[in-house]
Design a protein around this ligand. Structure first.
Ligand code: ADP
Length: 324
């Protein structure tokens, strides 16, 4: 656990102790006042015990006592409400801070690894090409691998920069007519080149037009393709479909990977969220891709959801408003 998170947790424990103390003091205060009230009224009753006005006085004193009980209960409840409102407010703020701190820690760990690995691979590959006398085939293989790593770095940097720009409201989007079928087709072609050993089955209707920012939509499609390839076994097929109906353009990316259980189908779109399964542990990632993809699609007035693929794996579906 990072130092900051530990500190927040200690403050959290102290906060609970303090809150328990305040509530205990409040209850103690109520009980004490109440018993004082009872004793006072008993004392006030004494001088009248043998007089004829005994009953009238007794009722008056009893009324006074009841009024005081109501006053204490009212004031106590108001005080209790104020304390609890403040407590809930502080509790939420601290919990949010703790979550952010944990996410930042996970993110920093992932990012450091994600940035260092491709740089190290690229450096090693280029040094090998420079120092050794390699034949053309070996050189090609190393160059292919280098290209793959730089593409990964590029995706990562785009995701990181865009996330912070979109969150800060600093990215101004373009709104132009896009041939969505063509855009997806180009993305798939790029992946076919990058992963020549993978089977990518393209079933794309080319004349599907939407309005939006081509750069952002391309990033979204690339993230879905990247995940389908990354999380499914090498020998399985990835299917990419683009179609349309009267109102929507529809993109489906199907893989035969481990799939995503129902309870996590929403969670995977949260920032930095990564599943704890084996496939995720093996693959590299930061948990930013789907978060960003969802934000982009929603900013385009569309939606994205996950379904189970048959016999196994996931289907990511994107729907965007179509233009006639
Ligand atoms: P990253 O891939 O960098 O970890 P994403 O935001 O793209 O981040 O995905 C979040 C998580 O959702 C991944 O870590 C993985 O656990 C899960 N996931 C995403 N796509 C798939 C998929 N096609 N099949 C199975 N799990 C997936």
């Amino acid at each position: 656990m990072p130092q900051k998170a530990k500190k927040i947790q200690t403050i959290f424990i102290l906060y609970w102790i303090l809150l328990a103390y305040i509530i205990a003091a409040l209850i103690f205060w109520f009980i004490t006042l109440n018993s004082q009230n009872r004793e006072m009224s008993e004392l006030r009753k004494l001088p009248f015990s043998n007089t004829t006005a005994y009953k009238v006085q007794l009722e008056k004193i009893e009324d006074g006592r009841q009024r005081k009980i109501k006053q204490y209960a009212g004031e106590g409840s108001a005080f209790f409400l104020v304390i609890m409102t403040g407590a809930i407010f502080v509790y939420r703020a601290v919990r949010k801070q703790l979550k952010i701190s944990q996410e930042q820690h996970n993110f920093m760990m992932a990012i450091t690894h994600e940035l260092k690995t491709p740089i190290a691979v690229v450096k090693l590959n280029l040094e090998t090409i420079q120092k050794r006398n390699l034949d053309k085939d070996q050189q090609q293989r190393l160059l292919q691998n280098t290209l793959h790593e730089t593409n990964r770095l590029n995706t990562l940097c785009n995701n990181m920069l865009l996330s912070s720009q979109i969150e800060a409201g600093g990215y101004s989007t373009v709104n132009e007519e896009i041939n969505f079928g063509q855009l997806v087709s180009n993305c798939v072609e790029d992946y076919v080149m990058r992963y020549p050993q993978r089977m990518i089955n393209k079933q794309i209707e080319e004349e599907v037009y939407v309005k939006g920012d081509p750069f952002l939509l391309q990033i979204s499609v690339n993230n879905l393709l990247e995940n389908a390839i990354k999380y499914s076994p090498k020998e399985t097929e990835v299917v990419v479909r683009v179609g349309k109906n009267l109102s929507f353009a529809r993109l489906e990316v199907e893989d035969q990977g481990p799939g995503i259980e129902d309870e996590f189908k929403k969670k995977v779109f949260e920032k930095f969220y990564r599943l704890g399964n084996e496939a995720t542990k093996r693959a590299k990632g930061t948990g930013l891709g789907l978060y960003l993809t969802k934000r982009i699609i929603q900013n385009h007035g569309g939606n994205i959801f996950i379904e189970n693929n048959t016999p196994g794996g996931s289907t990511f579906t994107v729907q965007l408003k179509i233009i006639a």
